[in-house]
Design a protein around this ligand. Structure first.
Ligand SMILES: CC(C)(COP(=O)(O)OP(=O)(O)OC[C@H]1O[C@@H](n2cnc3c(N)ncnc32)[C@H](O)[C@@H]1OP(=O)(O)O)[C@@H](O)C(=O)NCCC(=O)NCCS
Ligand SMILES: [Zn+2]
Length: 242
């Protein structure tokens, strides 16, 4: 027998009623600091916390428990699994798939069609056991963290168990299979580190920059921020100039 549909979150129902205009039109963005706005077709399960000012568009499904911070936008037809944590001021475009064990820090942008994964060697069954494997997290469920201010381009696929540093830029269509350093610019399948981007998103250094010790001070031609390229245990790092 198919399980009954999850109960709607009481707060979500109230706010959804506020957000709907009764004519099937999309809700306006939630006012800053006001109650979250939820499109009437969105399914927000019990134990989902939505911060003030957050807007949830049509046919989004958020499973509980999950936490979404303040002033976020969750684009239409996006799926967010239970156990996901999303910070403040996060922008998620349409048709994004965010699985369990994903944590997204503040000011992240996730473009349309991005897919996260959390299991490296998935099977529908448990070896030697009749029927389907349990769907809940197991010791094979790997945690992914998306750092503050990062952008994930349209259609990118994020492999399981990765750490994506702050202010990274992941190109459209990338298949990300390794950790990404802070400010790292990665793209391709498999995604490779091609350089570093500024807080404003523009590239400031290419990956073949040569010896980090000899790297000159870098400067963003778009916004003027200054950086140094330094080597540490994790490889090259783009750091704000002191
Ligand atoms: C990854 C990205 C930031 C690179 O920008 P850039 O550094 O200005 O790159 P360029 O256009 O100078 O291209 C540099 C090289 O990388 C290639 N390239 C650029 N983006 C690529 C991508 N996503 N995948 C594969 N190759 C890519 C280019 O073809 C070019 O190759 P070449 O040197 O052999 O000619 C950008 O292309 C991108 O994907 N942005 C995200 C767009 C997006 O998803 N927006 C969603 C919100 S609307
Ligand atoms: Zn800049």
């Amino acid at each position: 027998m198919i399980a009954p549909a999850p109960r709607l979150h009481a707060a979500a129902r109230t706010v959804g009623a506020e957000g709907a205009d009764g004519n099937g039109r999309a809700p306006a963005l939630s006012p800053r600091g006001g109650p979250p706005r939820i499109h009437p077709t969105a399914l927000i399960e019990a134990e989902v916390a939505l911060g003030p000012g957050t807007t949830v568009w049509d046919h989004v499904h958020v499973r509980g428990p999950a936490h979404i911070g303040r002033e976020c936008i969750i684009g239409e037809k996006t799926y967010i699994a239970y156990g996901v944590a999303i910070g403040n001021y996060v922008k998620i475009n349409a048709q994004v798939y965010i699985c369990t064990a994903v944590s997204i820090e503040d000011r992240v942008m996730i473009a349309a069609g991005v897919i996260f994964t959390n299991d490296r060697y998935p099977r529908a069954f448990e070896d030697g056991v009749e029927g389907l494997a349990a769907s809940g997290p197991t010791e094979d469920t790997l945690m992914t963290i998306v750092g503050h201010g990062t952008t994930i381009g349209a259609g990118a696929i994020i492999g399981p168990g990765l750490t994506i540093g702050a202010y990274a830029m992941i190109g459209m269509g990338a298949a990300v299979v390794a950790d990404v350093p802070s400010h790292g610019l990665v793209y391709g399948n498999p995604a490779r580190l091609h350089g570093y981007v500024c807080v404003c998103g523009r590239p400031v250094a290419r990956a073949n920059h040569g010896d980090a010790g000899a790297a000159p001070a870098l400067h963003c031609r778009h916004c003027g921020r200054q950086y140094g390229l330094r080597a540490d245990d994790e490889g090259l790092q783009l750091l704000p100039a002191s």
